[in-house]
Design a protein around this ligand. Structure first.
Ligand SMILES: CCCCCC/C=C/C(=O)SCCNC(=O)CCNC(=O)[C@H](O)C(C)(C)COP(=O)(O)OP(=O)(O)OC[C@H]1O[C@@H](n2cnc3c(N)ncnc32)[C@H](O)[C@@H]1OP(=O)(O)O
Length: 396
């Protein structure tokens, strides 16, 4: 903690504050701190010291340390008190932050303090209850809803009348939402569905939108999109939780192997009917499923299309915990809210420790699976299955 604060404060003084999170959360800071020496009056400073007590939102320890350091520098000048002992964590962190300001002039510290408080006041006023992160790019349609609350960013599939089948636009929007969530100030990210289904997988009408380059071109661009989409899940840096509110089909099941936690209602089922559709596994499931449940159980699912109940999926290790449908939402969100209060950096780092050793392998598997699917999509088996679904002759 002290190290982080110290480094931040040093970067701050040197004009190299470049973390994307800091830049997007405190644009005013980025503009003013390292710019030409503008002056804040003593009165502005006193107002700011009062304003800081009225902040609606706790700005977090790193920001509080910055405020402390700037206040001390503005009122007492450079740090010249003895360094606290290593076990006196809090005072040492404060000392480090102050000391890192070096010989920053009192007036500059005063000005930076005023600027920081004003950016905090603005951000605390704009994030009251359920709000999308201020700088989040909004999805291109209402088929995806993204909200941030209580340290949790929730991405909700919102096509209940189509069982939340994924359109091409939705793949793009989910990628955008994941990118924004990876940079916002939430601790945890959740994917869930609206309505009775979690997701019925790829929208099979995606196959009907044939570009001028024909079906080969369609298959090529589909494989690129699939690979990019799955890459985002492989690389996602924060704890990623699936709240499986109902049946799940196809790609919505296979990518579960890339989530950190999967909570499911006892109404959920897990179905990967790839052979029925003339297709092959994706989402790195050809690797994650055998690893999670052993090769023969994985084969039952991925090759023979066996549909698992939530309890079976939990026994196989694909699902973390199953909840009765009547209490599912309540129990899961209470649990997630508690988790979201844990130190976010520690959670990110622990996730990295657990997942990073496999990343390269997963990217290679994703590339291979996407290539194989590109060929499958051109096969008679696949085309017949899609035509059959579209002409309403077939259902899973
Ligand atoms: C970038 C590309 C990446 C591709 C990656 C590869 C991905 C692979 C997969 O995901 S494979 C799995 C594909 N999904 C399916 O095959 C499911 C097809 N749907 C069904 O079998 C059924 O609809 C059901 C079992 C999910 C639900 O049945 P039921 O409860 O009887 O509801 P309806 O069938 O009446 O469905 C209501 C409404 O939704 C439409 N719909 C449902 N799922 C899909 C879908 N996957 N694609 C397109 N449309 C779907 C269904 O047609 C109904 O529409 P309607 O009301 O008739 O207009």
């Amino acid at each position: 903690m002290a190290g982080v604060a110290g480094r931040l404060a040093r970067l701050w003084c040197s004009g190299a504050l470049s973390s994307p999170l800091q830049v997007t959360r405190f644009p005013a800071l980025q503009l003013h701190l390292c710019g030409p020496a503008m002056r804040a009056s003593q009165k502005d400073f006193e107002n700011a010291t009062n304003q800081v007590k009225l902040l609606k939102k706790d700005p977090g320890n790193e920001v509080k340390l910055k405020l402390y350091a700037l206040y001390k520098q503005a009122t007492e000048g450079p740090c010249n008190v003895p360094k606290p002992g290593v076990l006196d964590f809090i005072n040492k962190a404060k000392w480090d932050a102050w000391n890192a300001l070096g010989s920053l002039p009192k007036e500059t510290a005063r000005h930076n303090y005023v600027d920081l408080v004003s950016s905090l006041s603005a951000s605390s006023e704009s994030s009251i209850q359920v709000t999308p992160a201020a700088d989040r790019k909004q999805p291109g349609s209402d088929a995806l809803v993204v909200t941030s609350q209580d340290g949790i960013t929730t991405i909700t599939l919102n096509r209940p009348d189509k069982k939340n089948a994924l359109t091409t636009q939705m793949y793009h929007d989910i990628m955008l939402a994941l990118e924004a969530a990876s940079k916002d100030d939430s601790a945890i990210t959740v994917l869930t569905g609206n309505g009775d289904y979690y997701c019925s997988g790829n929208d099979l009408t995606n196959f009907t939108d044939i570009p001028p380059g024909g079906v080969e071109e369609k298959a090529r661009s589909g494989a690129v999109l699939l690979r990019d989409f799955v890459d985002r899940f492989i690389d996602f840096p924060k704890p990623l939780v699936a709240v499986v509110n109902g049946p799940a089909v196809g790609i919505s099941v296979t990518i579960l192997g890339l989530f950190d936690i999967v909570y499911a209602t006892d109404r959920a089922t897990f179905h990967t009917p790839f052979s029925h559709l003339g297709q092959s596994p994706e989402g790195c499931s050809s690797y994650t499923f055998p690893k999670i449940m052993g090769p023969s159980k994985a084969t039952e699912m991925l090759v023979f299309g066996k549909k698992l109940t939530a309890r079976e999926a939990c026994t196989q290790g694909l699902v973390t915990e199953v909840f009765p449908d009547s209490t599912f939402q309540k129990e899961v969100w209470v649990r997630l809210k508690a988790y979201s209060k844990l130190p976010p950096n520690a959670m990110r780092i622990s996730k990295q420790v657990i997942r990073n050793t496999e990343k390269e392998k997963l990217h290679a598997i994703n590339a291979e699976e996407s290539n194989i699917l590109r060929e499958r999509w051109l096969s008679d088996e696949c085309m017949n299955a899609v035509v059959s679904f579209l002409s309403k002759k077939a259902k899973l």
